[in-house]
Design a protein around this ligand. Structure first.
Ligand SMILES: Nc1ncnc2c1ncn2[C@@H]1O[C@H](COP(=O)(O)OP(=O)(O)OP(=O)(O)O)[C@@H](O)[C@H]1O
Ligand SMILES: [Zn+2]
Ligand SMILES: [Zn+2]
Length: 862
């Protein structure tokens, strides 16, 4: 009953999902502009052929690149991945009529996509000067395989998987079998939770779930389980949803000397994995020569047939070819079965484990165990393709990370997105699960939030990572940015609103892009390598804006969507949440698991750029903001905006009174900047004079404006002062003993020298040893009240960082968030930091020089 219910319901939901997918593709092809398709990530436009070559097995490999112009060639952010079926089109569009061929994506980087073309019998005749479009195609092979598996499940009466099915559908309770107590682990480095998970898995009779939160060594554990099973002489079928995950397992198992065999389209495998692929192994088997000979014979017969005129001869030859084909098939089947049987572990994607493929050459009860990794990210129906071949199963994954992507909202809400892992935990609770609890990735400050919110506070940071920071990496200077695991850059009240777009899927925020840019600058100037940094945004549009801004300068910087980063890690993660609006709308940021994934990619440093005002409307996000304010550093985006101003962003004021707004934009000279005239941020200015009490947003704005005014005043005052001093000096010469000042000065000091020093001090930057004049381009620090050059005026640079932060904190605590101070700053300047300051200054001055050359700095409009 349970099985029938499940199957009929799931078939229905799959049908719904399939229809949604077809509908979407159709709608797109008919109504949506290609540009919009591209912004959705399913289409890549105007690609040129970088190279064309013959890949493995005679397939034609096309390397497609974005059209090179202005030296920038970065693909727009997209959802293409290895193994995706794609269509190549001429520039007319992505209609079936203009399709040139279909193929499989074999590789994708930020600058190129490689496609192995499927149907090009005569060889592709592509014009290398022309431009092409590439589009992801809905692929019904997966559906057919899942449907078939579900139908087999429904009719399953007896076979190796009977007990497993019975337990997974609740007909019988999961059982265990006794194991020797002295289990000897092959990997001596396993931690206690990993050992327990391994023992547990081996002692379960039908099913064990390994719950592996981020960085807890799930793969390490799964590999140990598989090696133990193999040691006992049993056979394992090991699957995962993605090719990448399967390849990872192949690599790790092969390293441990297990006899592995990887099934799957060779074009979809990593190069390092190809030697373990069925095709490669077959090529080295004894049967190969014979098979090759038969192939040659068939080809020859075909050639002959073309030339033949006599009908009877042709029929004869045709029959011969048929015979040869039959022989070829049996020989190939035997060869495949032999190769498969020799392997201890056969690996494939979930759908690659289907009956129609090489596995049909094996007896149904060949495998003892089926292991499914990344189980929480897979549709349950796709798991059943492999599960029907096993007596026992191990399911590994983390159901607190993102579930499988589902297009049909109804199908998702009716349960299609519930993974087998989640379903089993709901059914049996902890009795079938072991959770890995030691994590080897995150600084404990980053971990604690996720642990408490998602994993019942059970995670422990391993001592090797617990306190690690960016500054501990070789070549990285110890500055504030590299010494904090958590940095919240709050844009609340800074008017960095999200862009007004109607599409909920694509949101952007130029203001946050500006701030991310400045933070990346700070990190790289401190010596953090771009390849160790990830910039993560929940929205594709924001990913594109970030790439436009940053990729040319930092080709190694990875900029991706949250979904695209699942399963990965980086030393530093800069996360921009994008949403900033008055209504507190946060769209699909409301998916807690998406935020969990984003945060837990970071090893040593997480910088969160967001409008706390907007995102705190969501309870879960509020816990993150609270955690970061309590345990991390907090800055307001103002500190960054000021820098941005000096870097040459333009200010423009529009409208009057209440409707007045200030647009901050880049001068249109930058090659990598956003399109000309696009606002970088809009500062909405409601009322300069009387902000509503208790509204922090307005509060911050006023503060900013006030500061501007004060600065102006100071500047004017200073000029006055100078004039005044000048007069005094002059009068001193004539009127002996200008009493009031002379009294203040020490009696024996040379009066002239003193005055000179005062005047000079007022004219040059107050930073030790800096001689830059500050009369025209100086900036006043509000905390120490001194004048600094543009290279030294930032509080952090000249030593007022603590006060600035305290000030930021005070403003934030006004909003009702309390948090502890972050300790005292070491006053001694270490050489790394000095070098850092120099670099920072140098690059800043260079930037400013460039900006000055291109456009004179505009005066403020306030
Ligand atoms: N027992 C251990 N001792 C030391 N390091 C470990 C241990 N287990 C795992 N690690 C380290 O933790 C990192 C992640 O481990 P692994 O690759 O097994 O996990 P994963 O499954 O790929 O990732 P995740 O746990 O995030 O799913 C690796 O760098 C690995 O070396
Ligand atoms: Zn100062
Ligand atoms: Zn200076």
């Amino acid at each position: 009953m349970e099985v029938e219910c499940f199957v009929s319901k799931t078939l229905e939901l799959l049908q719904e999902e399939r229809e949604a997918e077809i509908e979407e593709t159709k709608l797109w092809q008919e109504n949506v502009s290609l540009k919009d398709l591209q912004s959705k990530g399913v289409c890549l436009l105007k690609l040129q052929i970088g190279s064309q070559s013959t890949g493995l097995y005679g397939r034609s490999l096309l390397l497609l690149e974005p059209r090179k112009h202005m030296g920038v060639s970065v693909l727009p952010s997209n959802n293409f991945g290895p193994g995706d079926i794609v269509g190549l089109y001429d520039l007319d569009g992505c209609k079936p009529s203009s399709q040139l061929c279909t193929g499989v994506v074999t590789r994708i980087s930020q600058s190129a996509v490689t496609v192995a073309c499927e149907d090009s019998p005569d060889g592709l005749n592509l014009d290398t000067d022309a431009l092409y479009n590439l589009m992801k195609l809905a692929n019904d092979v997966t559906y057919k395989r899942m449907k078939k598996a579900l139908n087999t499940l429904n009719g399953y009466s007896s076979g190796p998987a009977s007990d497993l099915i019975s337990v997974l559908f609740g007909y019988s309770e999961p059982g265990s079998i006794s194991q020797p107590n002295d289990l000897s682990f092959l990997n001596s480095g396993l931690d206690e939770s990993q050992r327990q998970a391994v023992s547990f898995a081996l002692s379960q009779r039908e099913v064990a779930v390994i719950h592996g939160p981020p960085g807890t060594g799930k793969t390490t554990t799964v590999v140990e389980i598989i090696l133990q099973v193999v040691k006992r002489g049993q056979k394992v079928l090991c699957c995962a949803g993605s090719n990448v995950a399967v390849d990872n397992l192949v690599e790790r198992l092969a390293k441990a000397k297990a006899k592995v065999l990887r099934l799957g389209h060779p074009a979809r495998l990593l190069e390092s994995i190809q030697k373990h692929s069925l095709d490669a192994v077959l090529a080295h088997s004894d049967n190969t020569n014979i098979i090759a000979d038969i192939r040659k014979d068939i080809d020859k017969a075909f050639m002959g047939m073309k030339k033949m005129n006599d009908k009877r001869d042709r029929i004869h030859l045709k029959r011969e070819v048929g015979e040869l084909r039959k022989e070829l098939r049996t020989r190939e089947a035997t060869a495949i079965a032999e190769v498969l049987k020799r392997a201890d572990v056969v690996l494939a994607t979930n759908t690659g484990a289907n009956d129609g493929g090489p596995l049909k050459n094996l007896p149904v009860d060949h495998f003892d165990w089926v292991v499914i990794d990344e189980c929480a990210q897979a549709l349950e129906s796709s798991c059943w393709i492999a599960l029907l071949r096993g007596r026992k199963c191990i399911l590994a994954g983390d159901y607190k990370q993102l579930p499988p992507t589902i297009k049909s909202h109804t199908a998702a809400s009716k349960g299609l997105s519930v993974s087998l892992m989640e379903r089993l935990i709901l059914k049996y609770g902890d009795s079938v699960v072991r959770m890995l609890t030691v994590q080897y990735r995150m600084n404990s400050n980053i971990m604690t939030w996720a642990s408490e919110q998602m994993y019942q506070g059970q995670l422990v940071a391993h001592s090797s990572v617990e306190k690690h920071l960016l500054k501990d990496l070789p070549g990285v200077a110890s500055v504030e940015e590299t010494s904090t695991p958590l940095l919240l850059i709050d844009t609340a009240g800074c008017g960095l609103s999200e862009m007004e777009v109607t599409d909920d899927q694509s949101k952007g925020n130029q203001g946050e892009v500006d701030i991310v840019e400045l933070h990346i600058k700070a990190l790289t100037e401190a010596g953090v390598k771009p390849k160790d940094i990830a910039v993560i945004a929940p929205y594709n549009l924001q990913v594109d804006l970030l790439r436009q801004r940053l990729s040319a300068r930092h080709p190694d910087l990875e900029i991706k969507s949250v979904d695209g980063f699942q399963g990965r890690e980086k030393e530093a993660v800069v996360l921009t949440l994008v949403r900033s609006n008055r209504k507190g709308e946060i769209g699909f940021l409301a998916e807690d698991r998406r935020i969990n994934v984003a945060v837990t990619r970071a090893r040593r440093h997480l910088a969160l750029v967001c409008d706390t005002q907007t995102v705190q409307t969501h309870g879960f996000l509020k816990t993150l903001i609270d955690h970061m304010t309590q345990h991390g550093d907090v800055r307001t985006a103002f500190e960054y905006l000021q820098v941005a101003e000096e870097l040459g962003l333009n200010h423009e004021s529009q409208g009057e009174g209440k409707d007045r707004s200030i647009t901050v934009s880049r001068p249109p000279t930058g090659v990598t900047g956003p399109p000309v005239g696009q606002p970088a941020a809009v500062l909405e200015e409601e009322s300069v004079t009387g902000p509503p009490v208790g509204q922090p947003a307005a509060d911050l704005k006023t503060l900013h404006l006030e500061r501007m005014r004060r600065e102006q005043k100071k500047r004017e005052q200073k000029i006055e002062q100078e004039k005044h001093l000048d007069t005094i000096r002059k009068t001193k010469k004539t009127k002996a003993g200008a009493c009031e000042i002379a009294a203040a000065a020490t009696a024996d000091a040379d009066f002239d020298t003193l005055i000179d020093a005062v005047v000079k001090a007022e004219r040059v930057c107050s930073f030790v040893k800096c001689k830059t004049l500050v009369i025209h381009l100086g900036q006043l620090c509000l905390f120490c009240n001194r004048q600094y050059c543009l290279g030294h005026h930032i509080p952090e640079v000249h030593g007022c960082g603590d006060q600035a932060r305290a000030n930021a904190r005070m403003r934030i605590s006004k909003e009702g968030v309390l948090y502890a101070g972050s300790g005292h700053k070491d006053k001694s300047v270490d050489p790394n930091k000095k070098a850092y300051l120099h670099r920072k200054l140098d690059s800043k001055l260079k930037d400013m020089e460039k900006q000055r050359k291109t456009k004179p700095k505009e005066s403020d409009n306030n």
